[in-house]
Design a protein around this ligand. Structure first.
Ligand code: HEC
Length: 145
């Protein structure tokens, strides 16, 4: 490849990258209506709440911490779609009545939640076996408020 071709290709790649930035997904966190959170419906021990806040809240709450790369396409598109999808399935701040707490336990036991791609960039969100135990024990016996 000669230099001219190489510079044309890199120019084209740069232009596409630049244009991609124009498509910005919504990343404003929605407001939380009071009284609808998981902890408004159930007694949630601090240890369990700590696990949820650390490992789940970025995708399953209205308190998403958006990292810097969430402003750069195409990462922004991927993150926004995970958060949108995550919130639709379960929102800790707007907890739908039909969600079974046992599903939370199941997802964690299977290791499908937190998502693997998320753990890669957020190693602090890894959950220990003992934490999964605590969540599952809570899910079994959770008292409704
Ligand atoms: C990086 C984002 C992300 C993180 C972090 C995350 N989830 Fe999810 N979660 C999703 C997405 C996206 C879905 C919906 C698609 C799917 O089921 O894979 C989902 C679905 C779920 C569901 C519903 C499954 C079903 O059967 O409908 C549960 C329950 C769940 N997550 C629990 C958790 C728990 C508990 C944590 C923390 C330990 C967690 N998630 C962390 C993104 C995430």
């Amino acid at each position: 490849m000669n230099r001219k071709t190489a510079s044309r290709i890199s120019g084209a790649v740069g232009a596409v990258f630049f244009l991609m930035q124009a498509i910005r997904p919504e990343t404003a966190n929605p407001p939380t209506r009071p009284g609808n959170a998981l902890k408004d419906r159930y007694e949630v021990p601090a240890a369990v709440e700590g696990v949820f806040n650390r490992a789940c809240a970025d995708c399953h709450s209205n308190r998403t911490r958006w990292p810097w790369y969430s402003r750069v396409a195409p990462a922004s598109w991927l993150l926004a779609s995970h958060v949108k999808d995550g919130r639709r399935h379960m929102n800790l701040d707007d907890f739908a009545e039909d969600i079974s707490l046992k599903d939370i336990c199941r997802e964690m036991r299977l290791g499908t939640m937190p998502m693997k791609s998320y753990l890669f960039l957020h190693p602090d969100a890894r959950v220990a076996g003992s934490e999964i135990q605590s969540v599952c024990a809570w899910a079994q016996n959770a008292q409704e408020k």
